[in-house]
Design a protein. Structure first.
Length: 194
């Protein structure tokens, strides 16, 4: 059995620094920034950054993970108190859209061009697609949604989510990721409830 190395738990100060790093990357991207640039922009030392991750590449991955951890919690919290499967699906997809709204085109381009960070986005897209499958299945089983093949709907939504993540919809339709998720929410809920 392979040994796994666990990173020490971050301090509150490190979490705050990581959140500031996420904000910086989300606004400007990360490919053009050096570690010196990042340290200067965050008013910290490179040693402080190395306490978060051992290289710029690992720092980018750690920032991507942090972004999606926070976004996932926000999207799930947005379902609290939402009654009905259709409204829950719409709230979920609109929550995803809201979380993607602050991501700059530079960040999304850098993310897609850096395989380890793109993999973080892909894993989170897969988890979001699984969550939609669960919500659709629950709605079909309860009779709140049309009697559709929930797995197929989930796969269709997942395929669209992956197209959004890969930037294909933006290329064809000039929709941001957030706008595309908002359109997907309207489409799915209308198709399953009208």
């Amino acid at each position: 059995m392979a040994r796994t190395t666990q990173r020490p738990r971050r301090t509150a100060r490190q979490d705050a620094l990581l959140d500031r790093l996420v904000t910086l990357f989300a606004a400007e991207g990360f490919a053009r920034l050096t570690l010196d640039d990042i340290a200067a922009r965050l008013s910290c030392s490179k040693t402080t950054l190395y306490a978060l991750a051992s290289s710029k590449q690992e720092l980018v991955v750690e920032a991507a993970r942090q972004y999606f951890r926070v976004a996932t919690a926000e999207v799930e919290a947005g379902l609290d108190g939402v009654e009905g499967c259709g409204p829950r699906i719409e709230a979920y997809l609109r929550g995803v859209a809201a979380c993607l709204q602050p991501l700059s085109p530079a960040f999304l381009e850098d993310l897609s061009g850096f395989a380890p960070a793109a993999a973080v986005y892909r894993r989170n897209t897969e988890a979001a697609a699984d969550r939609i499958r669960q919500l659709v299945s629950a709605g079909v089983e309860s009779g709140e949604l049309r009697p559709v093949h929930a797995g197929f709907v989930g796969e269709m939504v997942a395929a669209t989510m992956f197209e959004i993540q890969r930037g294909r919809l933006f290329e064809r339709l000039e929709l941001t990721d957030a706008e595309a998720y908002a359109e997907l929410a309207t489409f799915v809920v209308t198709a399953l409830t009208d």
